[in-house]
Ligand binder design. Structure first.
Ligand SMILES: *Cc1c(COP(=O)(O)O)cnc(C)c1O
Length: 303
């Protein structure tokens, strides 16, 4: 049975501003290649995979996906066959120019490219059946890896070592990670979710599928124009954060969340004396791909 080591990540003090303490939970440090929350989301899914009679794990993602990267790395580490269905046919000829896909392929993941149009059907029965005809009896992980077992894994992010914080902050893609965090939060804690997407109204429903708790709130003002969109202000913030606190952030999730937290502190959103814990969900592999795009446009790159 695949057994991930039981890991409690490190709480690191970042700064104190206006009597508000900010700490960071270093989930990014728990594994070199199965990074951060993706490690948590995979653990119980890999066990379920092993219990069944599957011959591979199949999942979906964009060309820079942290999830694709983590699943391929898990495949390599545990000797499992993995298949990645990648959004965008045009990328197939440019795998070598994309560090995420090159990594996934080197880990042994079989990459299959489909059009953006086709990709939208990825949750439909018909579409899945076609994939089964093509790839055989696979264990299906949805895009981003979110399902009940992923949420269960993310319930292990918090613990006794985090119980004295007042606010837990977490970046959101599909909502799986924050759902696990909410489920294992203390009654006196409030979890704040920072969506990386522009249209995040649907997330309330998504999160409510996985939790019955109500001690949480979405902070939807820090998407910077949408998923994977960045501007100079965000990039400067990430570089300054690195030079001041020696912690790397990536621009899709954690950079935007921390930018938001600092702005909320400035706006006195948090009561005086609050202790905030921001979860570093990892994903640093994405920096290389982002920098490549920024360099082409002569923009600031992430150091
Ligand atoms: C995938 C990812 C998230 C979002 O997690 P969800 O469970 O999809 O909400 C947040 N941060 C990082 C770094 C990620 O890679």
């Amino acid at each position: 049975m695949i057994q991930f080591p039981e890991i409690q990540s490190r709480v690191q003090f970042i700064t104190k501003i206006n009597e508000i303490e900010l700490h960071i939970l270093r989930e990014d440090e728990i594994h070199a290649t199965i990074s951060g929350n993706k490690f948590r989301k995979l653990q119980y899914n890999l066990q379920e995979f092993q219990k069944g009679n599957y011959d591979s794990i199949l999942t979906f993602g964009g060309a820079y996906s942290n999830h694709i990267s983590a699943v391929s790395a898990a495949g390599k580490e545990f000797g499992l066959k993995t298949i990645g269905i990648i959004r965008g046919e045009e990328i197939e000829d440019k795998i070598n120019e994309n560090s995420t896909l090159t990594f996934a392929q080197n880990c042994g993941m079989k990459l299959h490219f489909i059009s953006r149009e086709n990709y939208r059907n990825k949750a439909e029965d018909n579409f899945i059946q076609n994939l089964k005809n093509k790839f055989g009896n696979f264990y299906l992980l949805p895009e981003g890896g979110t399902n009940e077992l992923a949420v269960k894994g993310c319930e292990e992010i918090l613990g006794e070592h985090t119980s004295n914080f007042d606010f837990i902050c977490c970046a959101i893609g599909t909502g799986g990670t924050i759902s696990g965090i909410i489920n294992s939060s203390e009654k006196h804690q409030k979890t704040l979710g920072f969506p990386a997407l522009k249209n995040s109204e649907f997330l309330k429903n998504e999160i409510n599928k996985f939790t019955s708790r109500s001690n949480w709130e979405l902070i939807s003002d820090f998407h910077f124009g949408g998923y994977a969109k960045v501007n100079e202000e965000l990039l400067d913030f990430i570089n300054e954060f690195k030079s001041r606190f020696d912690v790397n952030l990536e621009p899709i999730y954690t950079g935007k969340m921390f930018y938001g937290i600092f702005e909320l502190i400035q706006k006195q959103f948090f009561p005086k004396g609050s202790k905030i814990l921001a979860v570093h969900t990892g994903g640093l592999q994405g920096i290389e791909g982002m920098n490549k795009k920024l360099e082409l446009k002569n923009k600031t790159i992430i150091k």
